[in-house]
Design a protein around this ligand. Structure first.
Ligand code: NAD
Length: 230
């Protein structure tokens, strides 16, 4: 079994999703995460990036859904998590086999020399963080609009999708491509798709075999309990 997770699994940790009435895009302009805009206006983008990703994400803690997935892995029931999230909460909950389709916000990278930094060792308060070797503005090491998917995450994610017998699809609208191809690939290869989401999504009436309608923080601990009873 594998899990494919989206922004919805972290909503109960206090991180808003991108879409919907309370989503981040109702407040911010998505262009601040467009790579070509960032390259020309890095300083401007960082004002928003700091607020969105480090003020919100920095304080967030894993919730019962993240912990239930970590428990499933520990019990040998879950082989891997493919996540669209960049918030590090699966790892903080104890999950080991996590493929980050869109990278991770806890790393920063210099696009000029490739040096990687960790946010915990970097001052994000006094202006945009810069590379100590060439003074370039650092970019958060997650995938911006207009950038490709990290190749290792891509390969591992589709490998999981091709091999799994069950795929849990948790908290994703399915509107972000190519990430949404992962559950589609799993379905094509014969996996049973269980979706967990309070709302219907692009997956619900296409690949989903069983829709457990509800919040991830309620449904996943319940599912783990049910499996334990077996
Ligand atoms: P999305 O913002 O498009 O949609 C969120 C989905 O979560 C919706 O289907 C919604 O119904 C569902 N949802 C809301 N509350 C839920 C809950 N308690 N339990 C389960 N589901 C719930 O999210 P997406 O499809 O993941 O795509 C957005 C992109 O934005 C992703 O690629 C991701 O990289 C990025 N993103 C990440 C974070 C994060 O790292 N936490 C936050 C915002 C956006």
């Amino acid at each position: 079994m594998m899990a494919f997770t989206g922004a919805g699994i972290s909503v109960e940790s206090g991180i808003p999703p991108f879409r919907g009435a309370t989503g981040l895009w109702s407040k911010y302009d998505p262009k601040v995460l467009d790579i070509s805009y960032f390259l020309d206006h890095g300083e401007d983008c960082w004002k928003f990036i700091r607020e969105i990703f480090y003020d919100f994400f920095g304080k967030a803690k894993p919730n019962s859904a993240h912990f239930a997935l970590a428990e499933m892995e520990k019990a040998g029931l879950l082989q891997a998590i493919v996540t669209q999230n960049i918030d590090n909460l699966h790892q903080m909950a104890g999950s080991k086999n996590v493929y980050e389709f869109h990278g991770n916000s806890s790393r920063l990278v210099c696009l000029k020399c490739g040096t990687t930094y960790y946010t915990e060792d970097t001052d994000l308060r006094s202006g945009p963080p810069r590379c100590k070797y060439d003074n370039e503005i650092l970019k958060p090491d997650f995938v911006f609009f207009g950038e490709g998917i990290p190749s290792e995450a891509w390969d591992k994610s589709f490998e999981c999708a091709e091999q799994c017998d069950v795929c849990l699809v948790i908290g994703s609208t399915g509107e972000v491509v190519p990430a949404s191809y992962v559950p589609h690939k799993a379905s094509q290869k014969g996996a049973f798709i269980i979706e967990i989401n309070p709302e219907s999504s692009q997956f619900t009436y296409s690949v989903t075999d069983l829709w457990l309608q509800g919040k991830a923080g309620d449904v996943l601990p319940w599912l783990m309990e049910e499996i334990r009873k077996e």
